[in-house]
Design a protein around this ligand. Structure first.
Ligand SMILES: Nc1ncnc2c1ncn2[C@@H]1O[C@H](COP(=O)(O)OP(=O)(O)OP(=O)(O)O)[C@@H](O)[C@H]1O
Ligand SMILES: [Mg+2]
Length: 332
């Protein structure tokens, strides 16, 4: 299968900077794939998306979308892509429907077709009732839904979603996930999605690249990445004052992750089948356990493993709120 997006050593060094924001990334995305870019603040996700959507020039390397070169054929690319940028772009003084029709006119969609598509899309994201209200009256979740369908008004083959659920509550987020899943299933749309949320990538993406400091650190299916951790984590808590060193001699330990007086965190191949053995071993050494927990690998852990940091150190929800407030203030 021919990739619909090819990226080769793509690099961006912003004017006046020395360190690249995007540092020689390479990837290939197949038609119909949902491809995730996962990384913390400043990793280079938006910069990558902006280059691929021809909003930003690249410094080095090359990339094509639908066979069109990002530097030389930007118009051809813009016709086949939809973009839902990280920043909110809808005009607050227009209604949701007016925003859609405006963007449709940029794409030269005939008026009648545009009106039909707008109604259909507004229905799809349950905005039919709010369609003719000013966007300034929309809630954060309504705005994100509107932004999503603005990206769909030209019926794109490839959709770029930059943080589609940033700052949304858990319920609204899962509603967005349903819409995104529908696009993949019913329209075979290729979707490039950036996110801070591991659960989101896990739920939606066929493949994911973890990015950090402008570089791709690892690429695979969420399942492959989790499997690369090889095993489950078992955390044991012991009654105070015992010598628990003998537990570390247990043969099934792949790795000791943490060892403090009173607790031991280890990795074993498969906790489900090994726990009875492990418990028997500990019991035979005359050590008593007070707490026990098993953790299956998560993308969170994959991230930690490859970057040495936790993704949760960010507070994306607050950033989003600030962005919304700034915008309101600017326009007040
Ligand atoms: N216009 C600009 N000029 C100079 N530096 C920039 C510009 N835009 C972004 N950067 C820098 O480039 C790096 C990558 O930023 P980018 O916005 O691509 O990251 P991101 O992964 O999208 O982050 P976030 O999760 O916060 O959206 C950061 O160090 C950022 O400060
Ligand atoms: Mg970004």
């Amino acid at each position: 299968m021919v990739p619909i997006i090819r990226v080769e050593s793509l690099t961006k060094v912003y004017k006046g900077e020395t360190k690249p924001a995007v540092d020689a990334i390479s990837l290939e995305i197949l038609e119909g794939e949902v491809y995730g870019l996962l990384g913390p603040n400043g990793a280079g996700k938006t910069t990558t998306i902006n280059m691929l959507t021809t909003r930003l020039s690249s410094t080095r390397g090359k990339a094509s979308v639908g066979g069109h070169d990002i530097n030389r054929e930007s118009m051809a690319i813009r016709r086949i892509i939809g973009v839902v940028p990280q920043d909110l772009t809808a005009d607050e003084d227009l209604s949701g429907r007016e925003n859609l029709l405006l963007v449709a006119s940029f794409y030269d969609v005939p008026k009648k077709t545009a009106a039909e598509r707008a109604s259909k899309l507004l229905n799809m994201v349950d905005l039919a009732d709010a369609a003719d209200k000013h966007v300034r009256e929309y809630s954060g979740g309504m705005r994100k839904r509107l932004e999503l369908i603005i990206g769909l008004i030209n019926e794109p083959r490839v959709l770029f979603l930059d943080e589609p659920t940033l700052g949304l509550d858990v319920q609204t987020r899962s509603v967005m996930w349903d819409y995104i899943t529908t696009l993949k299933r019913d329209y075979n749309m290729t979707i490039i999605l950036t996110s801070h949320y591991l659960e989101e990538i896990d739920a939606l993406a066929d493949r994911v690249s973890i990015v950090d400091h402008g570089k791709i650190i690892v690429t695979g299916t969420p399942g492959e990445l989790k499997a690369s951790l090889k095993g489950d984590i078992v955390t044991m808590g012991f009654r105070d004052g015992q010598d628990t060193a003998p537990v570390k001699e247990y043969g099934g330990i792949i790795e000791i992750l943490d060892s403090k007086p009173g607790t031991l965190k280890i990795r074993v191949a498969d906790a489900d089948s090994e726990l009875p053995d492990l418990m028997g071993f500990v019991f035979k050494k005359g050590i008593s356990i007070t707490t026990l927990s098993v953790q299956k690998p998560s993308l969170d852990e994959v991230f930690l493993r490859y970057t040495g940091r936790s993704l949760r150190e960010d507070a994306p929800a607050d950033r989003f709120k600030n962005a919304m407030n700034m915008r309101r203030m600017r326009q007040a």
